[in-house]
Design a protein around this ligand. Structure first.
Ligand SMILES: [Zn+2]
Length: 308
């Protein structure tokens, strides 16, 4: 500090300022803009969000309306994007025939699981669904059918007590009405936030299907991308006819878990719909755009012995 005063006093005001200022703590350019602070130039020039979607399989960009009109299937490479339950129902059933069941049924946070309530609330707002499945009675072709469709966007399509209860009631309605059942699955498995209550849904749905089978009524299970865990270990694997969408990933535990547990090299294409078709778990792979036509054909065939 002493040097500072000495310099100022001895050199004088008219003299050239010393090259090194003693107050090193102060920045020399206080208003210098920070790198990346001006985001307007780089970000605003991007394509508006939501208009174009990049296909993860072929990397081509697709106009979102074109994708929606194509039932969320890439028009270039036929990659199947996830599709919401309501969109799927709309693509399959005859117009205005879908009568939804138990639409207001909601989960209870029995175990007081951390952040479960807020996650339910978040997904209800984002998806406009009350839980991960939509069920109802509808017509497909000339057939009255009990239809249940899962939605992966609601907590990963996990099966909690609401999913299990809604499906069980649907299956029981199907049995009472003498109707075929079609369940379209997409799920990460049982909902861990409901612990044992979610695991109990496996046996409950399977038991209801057993009564339906005893009445000699057909059940078609449709597996779509990501059908895993408790759902695959119960109703999804019990179809009289098991269909899958192309390249859907299907299994109980994921490939990484299996690889780490068994320490074995997994065969190529392991757990894909195509692999499982070759190995006999699946009866047919049906592209989404052909689904309705194929379901009508299967229902015609399976209900041929029944009087309408
Ligand atoms: Zn593509």
């Amino acid at each position: 500090m002493a040097t500072t005063f000495l310099t100022k006093q001895t050199i004088g005001v008219k003299q050239m300022e010393p090259a090194l200022t003693p107050h090193l703590g102060r920045p020399t350019l206080p208003n210098k803009p920070k790198l990346g602070a001006d985001k307007t130039r780089t970000k605003k020039r991007e394509i508006p969000e939501g208009l174009w979607i990049k296909c993860p399989a072929c990397e081509s960009t697709i106009f979102d309306k074109e994708l929606a009109a194509n039932l969320k299937v890439c028009p270039k490479c036929q990659h199947h994007f996830p599709i919401g339950a309501r969109e799927r129902i709309h693509s399959l059933v005859e117009t205005c025939t879908f009568q939804e069941l138990d639409a207001e049924m909601t989960s209870v946070d029995v175990l007081k699981f951390a952040s479960y309530k807020s996650k339910l609330e978040r997904d209800r707002k984002a998806s406009t669904l009350m839980d991960a499945v939509v069920t109802g009675i509808c017509k497909i072709g000339s057939h009255r059918v009990a239809l249940g469709v899962m939605d992966f966007s609601f907590m990963g399509g996990s099966m909690g007590s609401v999913v299990g209860e809604k499906l069980t009631r649907l299956i029981e309605r199907g049995t009472e009405g003498n109707w075929p059942i079609i369940l379209i699955s997409t799920s990460g498995g049982a909902r861990m936030q409901e612990g044992m209550f979610s695991l109990m849904q496996m046996v409950k749905t399977a038991a209801a299907l057993a009564y339906h089978a005893r009445a000699r009524l057909p059940y078609i299970s449709m597996l779509t991308n990501n059908s895993y865990g408790g759902v695959m270990a119960s109703y999804a694997a019990l179809g009289d006819l098991i269909l899958a969408e192309p390249k859907a990933m299907i299994g109980f535990a994921g490939p990484r878990v299996i690889k780490d547990t068994t320490h074995a090299e997994l065969p190529p294409g392991f757990q894909t719909a195509e692999f499982l078709l070759d190995h006999g778990l699946i009866d047919a792979i049906v592209p989404r755009k052909e689904m309705k036509e194929r379901l009508v054909k299967y229902l015609d065939f399976l209900a041929a012995g029944k009087t309408a």
